[in-house]
Design a protein around this ligand. Structure first.
Ligand SMILES: Cc1cc2nc3c(=O)[nH]c(=O)nc-3n(C[C@H](O)[C@H](O)[C@H](O)COP(=O)(O)O)c2cc1C
Ligand code: SF4
Ligand code: FES
Length: 573
């Protein structure tokens, strides 16, 4: 039952949004938290009624997102992430160990009600895999020994404080400039290091002048597609009476990607400053940071930083609201994200219309990635010419690369765009063992063989020429101990799990490809299945409502084509 106190809290949340339906997800989250991590049918119905949304819609939302528990969980919900980077870094062993020691399978709860064990998809922490999430808390760089100690502590009733060491490096000193600075999260330290100087300069310019500077700098979006920021902002309709909304995409959902959290967790004002510059340029008075729900503690860091900025009078003309997602990869796609922010299931919309014309609440909306915003303070503090000195022609500025998998020092490394892949791998301590393949832009891009990757420069155009994409800059390194069919199975299992189900090629195709690869691995596949997989990939490409279909068809096709002998070797005829 929703208490009076919780009802008031939901009203406070709803007041943050122009449309109270947007409060549905945070309100369901609060209801779940107030009821031992369980969302009952009655709570869903009451929450719906408070927010004036239909019960069926609220039920649809509660059952869509994986973080809503419509079935009771144990006191400690132990979630092991076994996506591809996790698999490469030992997650399967830890999951098996937990099954053996807790005597339960995934999806089950121990008889004493203490533990529920779940296998989950990518937690946005691929450089520190294996990761175990216990309720809201991440435990990173886990080993079997550390897992035992964690369970022992939980049996005594308490969630211990996590301790994590991250590897990082920064050649540019822009996006990760404050990464090693003590108390860099505080506005005082941020300002002492030159923070908010860029905003100060931008505020002396008119919005069209800011737009011109961003266009000259050719800042390309860091969320995956490398789309020029100035061009995107230029699509906003002129002389339009509707409000403009600005959204920061902090979903960080692409497996292999764990860069945005470094900015948000360790230098939140860098993001806020970039958003304030952008808000002035596009005329937004309301901005949102849509952050993946699992990053709860980071959302609190952001809220605290926003509060500090508010106290300094920096938010007098624009308000920023942090909105947590609730577990859905597809919600990283900008139109699904907008649907989710409107309090709905994360179903991508057909484009056009593009968000710049008809986005949040049918109003002009700009969606950009965390790292894209974080590039802007430098552009305005040091000038466009300084920015243009970094990187390669057409691919300017700094970029954070997240390196996971088989390297000696997985972590985040900032380099100018155009840096050789070999330099990034060297910074990450070099390849562990013999290189078999590398996925350079997050799980959804085609794998490269060592030969193809040898001289690769890490920028958007060079990667396209090499037959892949730089995507989010999540570099997953694979050595020769890995079976590519097994890698393909993990890959397709992720997409089959995440497909929103709106279109047949993605919904059915992902499961059928999974079925075929799984049969090959079990030794019951046929030779022609390999060509069927390829035919399916070719058919799916370009035929789906959002790019998720391509996001699995491309990597699977590349794995089969480039390592075909391994698939053929599984056929017992
Ligand atoms: C399935 C899917 C998932 C995505 N996930 C993310 C994400 O987690 N973070 C992100 O910034 N962009 C993601 N994107 C890209 C966004 O749709 C959008 O292009 C991006 O946020 C734009 O920001 P940018 O122009 O600054 O790169 C995803 C796209 C797709 C198709
Ligand atoms: S491609 Fe997949 S995720 Fe995208 S809309 Fe279609 S079913 Fe949904
Ligand atoms: S957090 Fe483990 S695969 Fe990304």
């Amino acid at each position: 039952m929703i208490s009076k106190q919780l009802h008031e809290k939901i009203e406070t949340i709803a007041a943050q949004y122009p449309n109270r339906e947007s409060a549905l997800m945070p309100a369901l989250d609060e209801a779940q938290r107030s009821n031992d991590n369980y969302l009952s049918g009655a709570d869903i119905a009451e929450t719906a009624s408070i927010l004036n949304v239909s019960r069926s819609r609220a039920m649809g939302v509660a059952t869509y997102y994986t973080m809503f528990n419509t079935k009771k969980k144990g006191k400690f919900h132990i979630q092991v992430d076994a996506n591809v980077p996790g698999m490469l870094m030992g997650a399967d062993e830890i999951l098996q160990h937990l099954k053996d020691s807790l005597h339960i399978d995934t999806g089950q709860t121990t008889k004493d009600g203490l533990f529920t064990l779940s296998k989950v998809e990518d937690l946005g922490s691929c450089g520190t895999c294996p990761v175990i999430q216990v309720n809201d808390v991440y435990f990173e760089n886990m080993t079997v020994k550390k897992t035992d100690a964690l369970i022992q502590s939980l049996r005594q009733g308490k969630i211990p404080s996590p301790e994590t060491t991250y590897n990082f490096g920064s050649e540019c000193g822009i996006l990760l400039k404050n990464r090693g600075v003590k108390n860099a999260r505080s506005i005082e330290v941020y300002k002492k290091n030159g923070g908010y100087d860029g905003l100060k300069k931008a505020l002396t310019l008119t919005p069209p002048e800011i737009l011109e500077q961003v266009k000259f700098a050719v800042v390309r979006g860091r969320g995956g597609a490398g789309f020029p920021l100035g061009m995107k902002w230029g699509f906003l309709p002129k002389n339009d009476s509707r409000p403009v909304y600005l959204i920061c995409n902090a979903d960080e959902g692409e497996p292999g990607t764990f860069k945005d959290r470094q900015i948000m967790e360790y230098d939140p004002h860098l993001l806020i400053e970039g958003m304030l510059i952008s808000a002035r340029a596009v005329g937004a008075q309301k901005a949102f940071i849509y952050i993946r729900g699992e990053f709860r503690w980071i959302s609190h860091i952001l809220e605290q930083a926003i509060e500090e900025a508010r106290k300094e009078g920096l938010l007098n003309t624009v308000d920023i609201v942090v909105h947590r997602g609730a577990g859905s990869y597809v919600c990283g796609e900008e139109t699904a994200l907008i649907e989710s922010l409107e309090g709905k299931r994360g179903n991508p919309r057909l484009k056009p219309p593009f968000p710049a014309n008809k986005g949040l609440y049918k109003c002009p909306t700009i969606v950009n990635n965390v790292e894209t915003f974080a590039c802007l303070p430098y552009v305005f503090t040091h000038g466009v010419e300084s920015y243009k000195k970094i990187g390669a022609v057409g691919n300017l500025g700094p970029k954070i690369f997240g390196v996971s998998g088989h390297v000696n020092k997985p972590g985040v490394y900032e380099f100018p765009l155009g840096v050789p892949l070999a330099t990034i791998l060297k910074a990450a301590g070099g390849v562990k063992g013999k290189l078999k393949g590398v996925i350079v832009g997050g799980l959804s891009v085609p794998i490269l063989t060592p030969e193809e990757a040898k001289d690769l420069k890490m920028e958007y155009d060079a990667c396209l020429k090499a037959g892949t994409m730089m995507g989010s800059g999540g570099v997953i390194v694979i050595n020769d101990t890995v079976s590519i069919p097994k890698l393909a199975l993990r890959t397709i299992s992720f997409y089959a799990h995440e497909s929103c189900g709106q279109c047949t090629p993605c919904r059915e195709g992902s499961h059928y490809i999974k079925f075929l690869i799984s049969n090959l691995i079990k030794g019951i596949g046929k030779k022609e299945d390999i060509d069927t997989i390829l035919r399916f990939c070719d058919t799916i490409m370009g035929l789906t409502l959002c790019p998720t279909g391509d996001a699995f068809a491309m990597p699977i096709r590349a794995m089969v084509n480039k390592y075909r002998a391994e698939f053929e070797g599984l056929v017992k005829e």
